[in-house]
Design a protein around this ligand. Structure first.
Ligand SMILES: [Zn+2]
Length: 102
């Protein structure tokens, strides 16, 4: 199990649940949609209650283009959907770069 210190509390996160899922979102012109279903372990700081999914698998459990994706996500009961980008594309930043930000 990885050691994950909470910087705020100076305590280690503890394992709260093993084998949880979360869904990764993907930005579109009409907002975020489901993209990939991932699995990992849920950790929690007993000091501040912050949670994180750590030890995420290298490959997703399912991807949006696969048959039955929506049902698979529903059955997995993900702890959250992450509507954020790990890569270079970010719709808010793209809007600013294109002069479209308000
Ligand atoms: Zn904490």
């Amino acid at each position: 199990m990885p050691m994950v210190p909470c910087v705020r509390c100076a305590r280690f996160y503890k394992v709260k649940a093993v084998g949880v899922t979360f869904e990764e979102g993907f930005p579109t012109e009409n907002g975020w949609r489901g993209y990939k279903l991932w699995a990992g372990d849920l950790y929690e700081c007993e000091g501040c209650g912050a949670q994180a999914v750590i030890g995420v698998a290298q490959q997703p459990l399912a991807e949006h283009y696969q048959p039955g994706y929506v049902d698979r996500v529903a059955k997995a009961n993900p702890v959250c959907r992450v509507n954020d980008c790990t890569g270079a594309f970010n719709p808010e930043k793209a809007a600013v770069l294109q002069g479209g930000a308000s």
